[in-house]
Design a protein. Structure first.
Lengths: 255, 471
């Protein structure tokens, strides 16, 4: 099966490592990977801010870019949600509506694709660290992904998965919310970081690089010992692994 | 979006977000609640099916609201009660104050009613020279503090035992301890006096039961029973959406409300009232009035997309589930209904332009929607409110133009790649010169609360292209 990559716009520009690691994992699982170069953004920033008229042409472009794809995999539960759950409403009166619903049915978040579609739970990764999993809101409550990422993590060599308290609580990112209501976002981030620290984990991971971009920025600002790493970046590690300096962190790797 | 209400929200939110004491008090309180709700839900064979059924019943009620309200009215009238249809708060307040004045009422006891808060009834009564005393313990406490309720179910959630001890010592005088039982006893002493001397009792209604022509009131303190049976006159006030079609629906709604609201299997006191004291009866008021308040609800009813918002049973579950509510607290909203349901509802009831900011003050995490026992799609309605704000309300010009440019950029992979390259180049310069957070930083609103954003030299698409698609 040939997998078409859907790389979120901010991942493309700010966290390319997340994309590269996604490719590594998919290839190791035995898939051909293709990156349709005409893709830009799914339209979520405008849609979430209420600018549906501005989001619509961007969504329509997305649908035509991926219309011919066999299956689409995205390293983000949030962007997957936009396409699968919100396109039908956004494009309700668009001539592309039916096509959008079709495309939505074949878009999967990475862990969802591996576990539920490819039926792969062990990708041969090794990451000898204590890791806690943050349930990203869209993955958890829009896509109902709870066990898939955990199952993958449990099968990583040397990885100890520790549940933090309130793992289902929002980290406070929320797109433009993080800048429009920065003080609330920060307080929510502090709470999440406190819970991650309390778990005793060295790393916090998630399906969503947007949550992790927010948490990484706050973790470094607060000089926390906990580091943020994208789920797919853990899955991409093969033994021997780290250099001990956390250089495998998606964001560090990208710098 | 810089209305007075929005500015006040931001000011208060900034203060409360940084208040670690507040964060701790609310967390502790909601932890208790969460533990109880797990037990409450466990008493249902199938909680999801119960939610689904509640949703259906409420939809049925709303889709036939006129018929059910008339049926309810007829039942009340047949038992000698009176029903007043109030289009807005002013009409409702006027009816009640006129009634009180004409009957020589000097003192009113009120059992918990969010609609009374919505219509600012206390202020109207005070203006008419009538004393009103809140008899729900939490409401009594916040009334002594001259504060609005912090939460629609637990009005004094933000206060500790110590806070209440200090308040009671100052205001009631006859108690000087922080022992909960003694504090409750002191409140009871004060409230008993009020119950026996008031001429009018005002209550809310958790449900208006159409086929029975009765109101249903749920409390844990029994204050509603004293307040609606001892005074000469009982006035019940309710929003028109509180209808359930049949008496038997309460067999579902009572335990659902209890489970979602407080984690109880069933709330302590569930009372049905259908009229004044009947012939040969020893208890009950001489007069029974029901005030049905519209106050913008009909307009929401006409909105197919968001009509279901009116199925809210005011259990407070979405407030407890909301990380924003827990961070900024109930008072920050500056509205009668706070938390997710308040953010969805208030722009409809009190004006989109003035209250649109509430629909934006959410990370859209969806915890509210999962918590709602009547399955209102709360966080998606926030998205619809935002769309309406862009269509009909004032939004910053920079935002409007910004998204036009964004859309134009994203319609072309070339423009997107170029814009990304420029932004990363700018970020690299800013980061290298340690100008992050300064006026020159394109991500300065981010930089206040985050270490500098990474600015990689190459984007994913550049790296992919370089590897000729083989990486």
């Amino acid at each position: 099966m040939r997998v078409s990559l859907f790389i979120p716009c901010f991942v493309d520009q700010l966290m390319p490592e997340v994309g590269l690691d996604t490719v590594r994992v998919l290839r190791r699982a035995g898939y051909d990977v293709d990156f349709p170069r005409d893709q830009t953004c799914c339209g979520q920033p405008a849609f979430n801010t209420g600018y549906w008229d501005d989001a619509r042409p961007v969504a329509e472009r997305f649908v035509s870019v991926f219309a011919a794809a066999e299956v689409v995999v995205c390293p983000s539960g949030s962007c997957t949600t936009m396409v699968r759950n919100f396109y039908p409403q956004l494009l309700a009166n668009s001539p592309m509506r039916d096509k959008a619903i079709e495309v939505g049915r074949k878009v999967y978040e990475l862990s969802e694709f591996l576990v539920s579609v490819a039926e792969v739970t062990d990708v041969g990764a090794s990451f000898p660290h204590r890791v806690t999993y943050h349930d990203a809101c869209h993955a958890l409550r829009e896509l109902r992904l709870k066990q898939q990422p955990r199952e993958l993590l449990r099968n990583v060599r040397g990885l100890e998965l520790i549940e933090m308290p309130y793992s289902e609580e929002c980290c406070g990112f929320g797109g433009t919310f993080a800048t429009k209501f920065a003080m609330i976002s920060r307080a929510m981030g502090e709470t999440k970081i406190g819970n991650a620290e309390a778990s005793g984990a060295e790393y916090v991971t998630s399906t969503d690089p947007s949550c992790l971009m927010h948490l990484d920025g706050m973790l470094r600002l607060l000089k926390s010992k906990v580091r943020a790493i994208y789920l797919g970046s853990i899955l991409a590690r093969t033994p021997p692994t780290t250099d001990g300096k956390g250089r495998f962190m998606a964001m560090d790797g990208a710098r | 979006m810089s209305t007075a209400a929005a500015r006040e929200f931001l000011r208060s939110a900034a203060k409360k977000s940084a208040d670690l004491n507040h964060r701790q008090i609310i967390r502790r309180s909601i932890d208790h609640y969460n533990a109880a709700v797990v037990r409450g839900r466990a008493t249902f064979a199938d909680w999801e099916a119960a939610r689904e059924r509640c949703h259906e019943i409420k939809q049925e009620a709303l889709n036939n609201l006129e018929r059910y309200l008339l049926e309810f009215e007829q039942g009340v009238k047949e038992r000698g009660g009176q029903v007043f249809w109030a289009e807005n708060s002013a009409e409702a307040s006027q009816y009640i104050t006129n009634l009180a004045v004409s009957r020589g009422v000097r003192k009113v006891v009120k059992s918990k009613s969010m609609v009374a808060e919505e219509m600012h009834l206390s202020a109207a009564l005070e203006k008419a020279g009538i004393e009103d005393i809140d008899t729900d313990l939490g409401e009594f406490i916040v009334q002594l503090r001259k504060e609005p309720p912090y939460h629609i179910v637990t009005p004094a959630m933000h206060l500790t035992r110590k806070d209440i001890a200090i308040l009671f010592k100052e205001k009631l005088g006859d108690v000087d301890t922080d022992e909960p039982q003694e504090l409750v006893a002191a409140a009871r002493r004060a409230l008993r006096k009020a119950f026996f001397s008031a001429e009018m009792g005002i209550s809310g209604a958790n449900f208006l039961v159409a086929d029975a022509g009765m109101i249903a009131i749920t409390t844990n303190e029994g204050n509603d029973r004293l307040g609606t049976s001892l005074p000469r006159i009982h006035v019940a006030i309710a929003g028109i959406e509180k209808i359930v079609p049949r008496l038997q629906d309460l067999a579902l709604f009572w335990p659902v409300l209890a489970s979602a609201g407080t984690g109880q299997t069933i709330t302590c006191y569930n009372t049905l009232i259908g009229g004044p004291r009947g012939l040969g009866e020893v208890d009950g008021p001489e007069e029974f009035h029901v005030v049905l308040l519209d106050n913008g609800r009909s307009e929401l009813l006409a909105d197919r997309e968001q009509r279901e918002v009116l199925s809210c049973i005011r259990c407070g579950a979405c407030l407890n589930a909301c990380p924003v509510y827990r961070t900024v607290g109930g008072h920050t909203y500056g509205t009668t209904y706070s938390g997710p349901i308040g953010s969805v509802l208030t722009p409809h009831l009190r004006g989109l332009n003035e209250f649109q900011h509430l629909s934006y003050a959410s990370s859209l995490c969806g915890a509210c929607t999962d918590a709602c026992p009547v399955k209102i799609d709360l966080h998606h309605h926030l998205l619809e409110n935002r769309r309406e704000a862009v269509r009909h309300a004032d939004r910053p010009l920079s935002e409007r133009v910004g998204f036009k440019i964004w859309s134009w950029t994203m319609e072309s992979p070339k423009r997107f790649a170029m814009a990304g390259w420029l932004a990363r180049a700018a970020l690299r310069v800013v980061n290298a010169a340690h100008l992050d957070g300064s006026i020159l930083d394109p991500a300065r609103s981010w930089a206040k609360n985050h270490a500098p954003l990474p600015a990689p030299k190459k984007s994913f698409r550049e790296l992919w292209g370089k590897a000729n698609g083989t990486n």
